[in-house]
Design a protein around this ligand. Structure first.
Ligand code: NAG
Ligand code: NAG
Length: 637
């Protein structure tokens, strides 16, 4: 088993090594295929699973019957809920999504569940959907499906393609997916156990892909180019934005490359991504808030647009997660996270006009410019990440007892809870119960900021001990739901071009952290309400009529769910469906829902970090060549 031993000779010897690896790979592949046919020769072709239409039918009948069987949530979590039964519904939803893809789109990188077709990005496919969903299959213990995905990766997946790919997306989805598959399959023998899977397939593929991606870092500054050609390993500047890369994209590769370095013993993987963090920090931005574009050639930022939505988000996420990944041995990342979070509170946190919902706005013209009261769905990762940062993933009840707990931590937890509530409100605000891609909020003019409202907070006074003083400015409750004219709803504005819902994970992700950390079942219940809305409104439903065509409304024939899709308009009933299933629906949204309804000791937060695509990886210790390798330059006071 591939563990704790440097696997490859020190990289990077370039194409020769690569060719040799391909040759060895080819031989190994041939032998494995032979063994496969000898062992499983008369086994059913795994690709030809019969569609499990019974499951799709059952799920549809269930969701249709919900109105009668389950009272609408009115703000109180009912007692005695069977969470493992709810978890099974998530698994059924995943199975229907996967089987639809497996039967009609197998190997495609883009899947259209209505037309039952799609596209590949490269000849044979990049594994965009298969590799991304693989660890969810493992977590849900769907063994035969894991077996099928594994043999596809083994037999079909080839990265030596003359194709330009996004450095970031390929790292978080493909490299992250392979690394997680390696981690879960080697560490949890009970999850989707497969015979003969000890040939290091996932880690070999991961290292092959990472070697190709490394060329993206060959810029003057070390900041990676937006894209890279997989065959030549040549970095390619963005075709837009004057060649600048997105800041979040350049700084959301670290967990993956660092874990790969740990597994292979190749420090080069570590060095290239660590360097990026140094270059960014050397720019000495004010209050830890970075503009959303950065030039690979100079390492300097482009423009002064600051936000925690698209292109900014996961820079912040990976600060705290890098600190946790290496078991809190790299204080520089905690320091950077703390600085950024204080900056967020000082410059971006504001309150809505009527209901005092806490919002996280944007500063499109820099910190001295006006606040834009707008939240991308993407920023809803933040409540969970704030709670993770405050507690390290421990239950709050325990974290509060630690000697290092201060008033600042209490304030951060309050902020996490209030932002969580705002994200939940964006789901309640639409007809389907599913959030729009972007939400605008009504604020006073000028907006009331956290820094105005709390002269006594640690924003002004630094990191003082908790004084048990009241932490005010809580929003009004975001309930009752039926009162759509209530104050909080007046604060929410959805523009016509933002009404789509791509089945994104960020709010569910935060609910998962908030539940595990606060142990408050409200968050699970919110997740359950959201899950039901997803099943009701994003299901692709087919109706059979075995009888005549003139009367198909009288309950004759059957209806069943045959897949799940994004929506073009989530604010009308019935919603306007698109015909596309994003890979993060199976990789993230359904995984986080499943984990939200699981016991908290399943993949515990104290031992793992999830990358920004929900791929879990273990925390580990620094050692040998794997170390921070830089320190912050001194700041002007
Ligand atoms: C990969 O690039 C090399 C040149 O570096 C070229 O000779 C070869 O044909 C390319 N292979 C593919 C699959 O495009
Ligand atoms: C997963 O399924 C296998 C049977 O395929 C079973 O032996 C194992 O106990 C299951 N693991 C878990 C964690 O439920």
């Amino acid at each position: 088993m591939y563990k704790d031993k440097p696997y490859f000779a020190p990289r990077r010897t370039g194409p020769r090594l690569r060719r040799r690896r391909i040759l060895y790979g080819g031989i190994a592949l041939f032998m494995l295929i032979s063994v496969w046919y000898i062992v499983f020769g008369n086994w059913k072709q795994p690709g030809l699973r019969t569609p499990d239409s019974a499951k799709g039918e059952e799920l549809w009948t269930w969701v249709q019957s919900l109105d009668e069987t389950e009272p609408e949530y009115n703000g109180i979590v009912p007692k005695g809920i069977d969470w493992s039964a709810r978890r099974e519904k998530v698994k059924d939803t995943f199975t229907v999504s996967w089987d639809s893809y497996e039967n009609h789109g197998w190997g495609l990188d883009e899947y259209h569940p209505k037309a039952k077709n799609g596209k590949t990005m490269v000849a044979g496919g990049m594994g965009w959907i298969i590799v991304d969903a693989l660890d969810t299959l493992m977590i849900m213990n769907l063994t035969s499906r894991v077996q099928h995905a594994r043999s596809w990766i083994h037999n079909t997946l080839q990265y030596n393609q003359d194709h330009d790919v996004s450095t970031f997306e390929t790292t978080i989805r493909m490299l992250g997916g392979l690394l997680s598959a390696h981690y879960l399959s080697t560490t949890f023998p009970d999850l989707a156990p497969i015979a003969n899977d000890d040939d290091d397939l996932y880690i070999e593929k991961a290292a092959d892909l990472a070697d190709r991606l490394l060329g993206a870092f060959d810029s003057n500054s070390g900041v990676p180019f937006a894209s890279v050609n997989l065959n030549t390993s040549e970095g390619i500047p963005s075709h837009a934005d004057n060649g600048a890369s997105s800041t979040a994209e350049a700084t959301t590769l670290q967990l993956e490359f660092k874990y790969l370095a740990k597994l292979t013993g190749e420090a080069e993987y570590w060095r290239v991504v660590e360097k990026v963090m140094q270059v960014v920090d050397d720019q000495q931005v004010k209050d830890g808030l970075v503009p959303i574009y950065i030039y690979p050639e100079t390492g300097q930022f482009r423009g002064n647009n600051i936000r925690l939505g698209s292109r900014g988000d996961s820079y912040y996420e990976y600060l705290i997660k890098q600190y946790l990944q290496t078991s809190e041995q790299e204080p520089v990342y905690k320091e950077m996270w703390d600085e950024s979070l204080m900056g967020v509170r000082k410059h971006l946190i504001a309150y809505t006009k009527n209901a005092q919902l806490t919002i996280l706005g944007e500063k499109p013209s820099g910190l001295d410019g006006a606040l834009s009261p707008k939240m991308d769905h993407l920023v809803c990762f933040l409540p969970g990440t704030i709670a993770l940062g405050a507690t390290g993933g421990q239950p709050l009840s325990q974290a509060k007892k630690s000697p290092g707990w201060t008033q600042r931590h209490d304030e951060e937890m309050l902020l996490a809870k209030e932002l969580m509530k705002t994200c939940w409100a964006t789901y309640l605000a639409t007809q389907t119960g599913l959030a729009p891609e972007i939400t605008y909020f009504q604020v006073d003019s000028p907006a009331v900021m956290e820094s105005d409202a709390y002269p006594d907070s640690t924003l002004a006074t630094g990191n003082r001990e908790s004084e048990h003083k009241e932490l005010p400015f809580k929003s009004k409750p975001v309930y009752p739901l039926e009162d759509r004219s209530s104050k909080w709803r007046e604060d929410i504005q959805i523009h016509a071009q933002d009404r789509h819902n791509l089945q994104r994970p960020e709010t569910v992700e935060s609910l998962f952290y908030m539940y595990r950390i606060t142990e408050d079942e409200t968050y699970r219940q919110w997740g359950w309400e959201m899950f039901k809305s997803f099943v009701r409104h994003t299901a692709v439903v087919e109706h059979d009529n075995h009888f005549t065509s003139d009367d198909n409304t009288n309950g004759q024939g059957t209806s069943r769910i045959v897949g799940f899709t994004s929506l073009s308009n989530a604010d009308t009933i019935p919603p306007v469906q698109r015909d596309n299933m994003e890979s993060f629906w199976m990789a993230e949204t359904l995984k986080y829902l499943y984990l939200l309804f699981s016991d908290r000791d399943f993949l515990p937060l104290e031992e793992n970090v999830f990358n920004t695509e929900a791929h879990p990886m273990p925390r580990f210790q620094l050692g040998g060549d794997l170390k921070t390798g830089w320190s912050r330059t001194s700041r002007e006071s």
